[in-house]
Design a protein around this ligand. Structure first.
Ligand SMILES: NC(=O)c1ccc[n+]([C@@H]2O[C@H](COP(=O)([O-])OP(=O)(O)OC[C@H]3O[C@@H](n4cnc5c(N)ncnc54)[C@H](O)[C@@H]3O)[C@@H](O)[C@H]2O)c1
Length: 358
């Protein structure tokens, strides 16, 4: 039975979000749970310990005390230094992205943690715990892409009189892709939206969110990226490793100084040339192309992100605390009783997690 809910401070590089704001903590208290909030957990998002105390939380001095709770709720996947807190029967609710994290998966499996992932929860539809962060990451992708073009080819998205606008290709027209396209269109770039879902392509075409649409296959993507100034990937297959949509030779076909923003990097990345980067070192150059592959893009907008995430998380957290088998948690259980139980995650890892421990 869940009595205590832990809220540890985030420790991933540059991460300033917190999973629950004081208003959500108040809801936990109202439902008779005891929130254990690590000292300073909300500081990066502008919430003081006093704000949490007034909401009814117990402020604890260190991460160990927050992790001692029956149920731990946090933003990012536990970093290696946090794995010591894993134990049999602990309930964990966070972004996990296990398809791209075999070592973390092994640690959760070995310890017997009941691990529920925000990003694979699919009730009542879509990905309600991924969507708020995808919305923010999508908007940020347009901003980051436009910014890093100043370090690369020096192309301004909107062009100028006598100079055509930049070409932006967005792969995956879901929540993140749509917001990225809107951001790039807002800066008056020419935007091509790419997806395998023709209905979705109809919608974004009809609503003029993009200037053109393209069916996603290797040939079409190759032609589009060869003339692109900025490529943003936001393609997702729930729970699975991201599909690799752009090969190395296609990246090499891009003009030097072009930019790739690979939001799908948290699921392993959409480019053959992608590898995870951090908020303190967000980019690298490969094949002459600037790659921005930050795995926690919304972490740099903590005030907005934490409130948006908290609003989405709190009703499901209350469900999880009351009844871990609730239908409202559909799809979120990834690891249970020493096994990977999410089919797409299991298929992506193909049992390759245990061997990578340690
Ligand atoms: N890096 C970050 O900080 C960050 C933050 C938030 C979200 N994300 C990631 O962004 C990605 C997108 O999330 P979302 O919420 O927008 O997902 P979503 O489910 O709303 O959209 C995914 C889209 O990808 C499309 N798709 C699937 N296979 C495709 C293919 N082969 N070619 C083209 N399109 C394809 C789907 O049809 C869908 O429209 C996820 O990997 C998510 O984890 C990253």
């Amino acid at each position: 039975m869940v009595k205590t809910v832990g809220l540890p401070a985030e420790i991933k590089d540059g991460e300033r979000r917190v999973a629950l704001d004081p208003s959500a903590v108040k809801m936990l208290v109202h439902a008779d749970y005891v929130p254990l909030v690590e000292k300073g957990a909300g500081m990066g998002s502008g919430f003081s310990d006093e704000d949490y105390r007034l909401a009814g939380a117990r402020i604890v001095d260190n991460a160990g005390e927050a992790w001692s709770a029956d149920l731990v709720c946090k933003v990012k996947e536990p970093q290696q230094s946090e794995w010591v807190y894993f134990r049999q029967g602990l309930k964990l609710f966070a972004y996990l992205h296990l398809a791209a994290a075999p070592a973390l998966t092994g640690a959760l499996v070995e310890a017997g943690v009941e691990a529920y992932a925000f990003e694979t929860l699919i009730w009542p539809k879509g990905h309600p715990l991924l969507a708020p962060m995808s919305e923010i990451a999508g908007r940020a992708a347009a901003i980051m892409g436009a910014f890093h073009l100043t370090e690369g080819s020096g192309t301004l998205l909107g062009g100028a009189s006598g100079v055509p606008p930049a070409r932006v290709v967005v792969l995956g027209m879901g929540v993140a892709g749509t917001m990225a396209a809107r951001g790039a269109r807002g800066m008056e770039a020419e935007v091509t939206g790419v997806d395998i879902d023709l209905e979705r392509l109809f919608e974004v075409h009809e609503q003029q969110i993009v200037t053109s649409t393209l069916y996603s296959n290797h040939h079409n993507i190759g032609e589009a990226v060869a003339s692109a100034d900025l490529v943003i990937s936001a393609a997702l297959v729930t729970g699975a490793k991201a599909p690799v949509l752009i090969t190395r030779d296609q990246v090499e076909s891009m003009r030097p100084g072009s930019v790739i923003v690979d939001l799908a990097i948290d699921q392993g990345g959409s480019m053959e040339t992608s590898r995870p980067t951090s908020l303190s070192h967000p980019t690298y150059v490969e094949a002459g192309v600037i790659h921005y592959c930050v795995t926690n893009v919304p972490g740099q907008y903590p005030r907005t992100s934490s409130r948006a995430l908290s609003a989405a998380v709190i009703p499901r957290l209350l469900d999880l605390a009351r009844d871990a088998k609730s239908d409202h948690l559909a799809g979120s259980l990834n690891v249970s009783q020493g096994k990977v139980v999410h089919p797409a995650v299991a298929a992506s890892l193909q049992g390759n997690y245990v061997t990578e421990i340690g």
